[in-house]
Ligand binder design. Structure first.
Ligand SMILES: [Zn+2]
Length: 219
């Protein structure tokens, strides 16, 4: 499968998919994205947010950091051309394309405590739990710290009075983002299982992941 990404309105870059995965509803995925490769995350049905993490493959203590990224780009979330930065204050992933334009870099992943606050007595899948599950081959089974995620296709508008809101899920069927890896990273993604607020359109569905490479390399 090939795909062309629009770099700046004048130049396109043909990419070929070297690995593609369907993340089932409410589940997670993790995999290696090498430096120079691209990762595309697609919402095939629309209105599904994905919690996204990235860790330096050679040093898992270094990871995509929401707070370091916000102060670097001086806005709530990077736009195409801008990069996500790590807790070591260097760029690790660049936003290349974004057909949705609405994402969140403010809020925590949903976790077991969040669902308990809804009054649930039984276990409920969560983005934090999905992260632990899919990263266990890399971290082991220890309950490691969960960094704040990049919440793709999540609508968390800020009101004029500074209030932080949960807006309706913004993505249309087929919306995607494409990120380029500056370094080798282990990416983890959770198809958010949240059905108690509008962040997933009240009905969790699947997400698609493509790892892509340029079809030709410039001499
Ligand atoms: Zn979630």
């Amino acid at each position: 499968m090939s795909f062309e990404v629009d770099l700046n309105g004048k130049t396109t870059l043909p990419l070929k998919s070297v690995q593609n995965t369907v993340i089932p509803p409410q589940k997670g995925w993790a995999g290696l994205v090498k430096a120079g490769q691209y990762i595309r995350l697609t919402d095939p049905r629309g209105r599904q947010c994905g919690d996204f993490w990235a860790f330096n493959a050679d040093d898992l203590d270094e990871h995509l950091s929401a707070m370091h990224t916000r102060v670097w780009v001086n806005k709530l979330c990077p736009v195409p051309g801008e990069s996500f930065h790590s807790n070591h204050r260097r760029p690790i992933l660049q936003m290349i394309a974004d057909t949705c334009g609405v994402h969140d870099l403010l809020t925590a992943a949903c976790d077991e405590h969040r669902y308990r606050l809804y009054g649930l007595q039984q276990e409920h899948r969560s983005c934090a739990g999905n992260l632990r599950e899919v990263m266990s081959p890399y971290f082991g089974m220890s309950r490691f710290y969960v960094p704040q995620p990049f919440n793709v296709f999540a609508n968390v508008p800020i009101g004029e009075d500074g209030s932080v809101l949960n807006g309706p899920a913004p993505s249309k069927p087929g919306d995607y983002i494409v990120l380029k890896a500056w370094i080798d990273v282990i990416v983890a993604i959770s198809a958010c299982p949240q059905e108690f607020n509008p962040i997933t359109g009240w009905y969790p569905t699947e997400l698609l992941v493509d790892i892509m490479e340029p079809e030709t390399v410039d001499a």
